[in-house]
Design a protein around this ligand. Structure first.
Ligand SMILES: [Zn+2]
Length: 329
C-alpha cells in the first residue's frame, strides 16, 4: 500500500445541509465545514457546492487533497454503493440517476465511495458512537422523516440494489396518510416530526384549545415539533397527548424491527428524539407490548452518541473501511 495517509474526507450530503470533515481513523474531526444545500435543480451547481464544501474543510484542516486517503459520501436518497449511483432523492432533485461517486472521484482526484446518509450515520455510531462493539443493531433517526440503517455482523446491510434499511417506509396503517414515497400510512407519516406537526395543525384547525400556537408566532403554518414540545414542557395537555400519540406510533414501528431483526441494540437519533422521555417512554411501552417478549427483553435502546456528526463521521469511516477491504483483496 503506497499511500500512508490515514485521513479520510467525509461528506454528509443532506437535503438541507452539506457537512464535510477531514477525519482520522479514531473519529477525530480535524475540521468541519457546513453549508446550506442549494435548492437548485441544476446538477452542476449542486456538485460545485459539494466541491466547495470539500475544499473548505481541507483548507480548514490544513491538509492538501493529496493527504487524503479516500472520500466517503453519505447522500440522502436511494443509492447503490456498488455502482456508485444515486437513483432517487426526493430532497436532491438535481442528482436523480447520477453517478455521484465517479463525479466526486474525478473532480477531487481521490478514491471515492458512496453510501446512503442514514447508513452512513449508522456506521458513524458503529465506529465512534453509541453502537461501538455491537455487531447487530439498528439505527433509527426520527426527524422530519424517519431514516434507518441496519448493521448485521458488523456490516451495513444494503440489500439487492442498495435500497435496504428504509425503515421509515414500512406500512403501519394501510389506510394512513399519503407518503412522499407514493405509498400511504408509512411509519414516517405517523411517527415523524412532520406527522406530529400535521396532527397538531389538524387539532388547532378543528378548534381545540391549546397553547401550541403561542410558540409558533400565532401562525398555524409555523407549528413545528419544536413548538409542540415547548408547549408540552409548559404543561399543555393537548401537546403532551400529541407527543404521546406520536410515541405510540414510534413504538409500533420499533416492535416490527425487533421482531424482524432481533437486534442487540437500537440506536435512536434525529431531532425529534431529543424530546426524550415524553416521546420515548410510550414508544418503549408499546414496543414491549407488541414485540416478542424474549426479543424485547434482549434489546437495548440508546440515544445516538454523535448527534449531527454521525453522518459525516460515518461517511468518512465508510471510506476508510472500504479502502482497507480493497487493499487486502
Ligand atoms: Zn413512504
Amino acid at each position: 500500500m503506497p499511500e500512508d495517509s490515514e485521513l479520510t474526507l467525509g461528506i454528509d450530503l443532506g437535503g438541507s445541509k452539506i457537512i464535510t470533515a477531514v477525519v482520522d481513523p479514531q473519529g477525530e474531526m480535524l475540521s468541519s465545514s457546513e453549508s446550506i444545500t442549494p435548492t437548485t435543480k441544476e446538477r452542476e451547481a449542486l456538485i460545485q457546492s459539494i466541491l466547495d464544501s470539500a475544499h473548505h474543510a481541507l483548507k480548514q484542516a490544513g491538509v492538501a487533497i493529496s493527504g487524503i486517503r479516500a472520500i466517503g459520501v453519505g447522500a440522502a436518497g436511494i443509492s447503490n454503493p456498488e455502482a456508485g449511483i444515486l437513483f432517487t432523492s426526493p430532497n436532491l432533485p438535481a442528482l436523480r440517476n447520477v453517478l455521484l461517486r465517479d463525479i466526486i472521484q474525478e473532480r477531487l482526484g481521490r478514491k471515492t465511495f458512496l453510501i446512503n446518509d442514514a447508513d452512513a450515520a449508522a456506521l458513524g455510531e458503529f465506529y465512534f458512537g453509541a453502537a461501538r462493539g455491537v455487531s447487530n443493531f439498528i439505527y433509527v433517526t426520527l426527524s422530519t422523516g424517519i431514516g434507518g440503517g441496519i448493521v448485521i455482523d458488523g456490516k451495513i446491510y444494503t440489500g439487492a440494489i442498495g435500497a435496504a434499511g428504509e425503515v421509515g417506509h414500512m406500512t403501519i396503517d394501510e389506510n394512513g396518510p399519503n407518503c412522499n414515497c407514493g405509498n400511504r400510512g408509512c411509519w414516517e407519516t405517523l411517527a415523524s416530526g412532520t406527522a406530529l406537526a400535521r396532527e397538531a395543525k389538524n387539532r388547532i384547525a378543528g378548534g381545540v384549545r391549546t397553547s401550541i400556537l403561542e410558540y409558533a408566532e400565532g401562525d398555524i403554518e409555523k407549528v413545528t415539533a419544536q413548538a409542540i414540545h415547548t408547549a408540552a414542557q409548559q404543561g399543555d395537555s393537548v401537546a403532551k397527548e400529541l407527543i404521546a400519540r406520536t410515541g405510540y406510533y414510534v413504538g409500533v414501528g420499533l416492535a416490527n424491527l425487533i421482531n424482524i431483526f432481533n437486534p442487540e441494540l437500537i440506536v435512536i437519533g434525529g431531532g425529534l428524539s431529543t424530546i426524550g422521555d415524553m416521546l420515548l417512554k410510550p414508544a418503549f411501552k408499546v414496543a414491549g407490548e407488541r414485540a416478542f417478549k424474549e426479543a424485547f427483553q434482549a434489546v437495548r435502546f440508546a440515544s445516538a452518541g454523535l448527534g449531527r456528526n454521525s453522518g459525516v463521521l460515518g461517511a468518512a469511516a465508510y471510506a476508510f473501511q472500504e479502502m482497507k477491504e480493497h487493499s487486502s483483496e
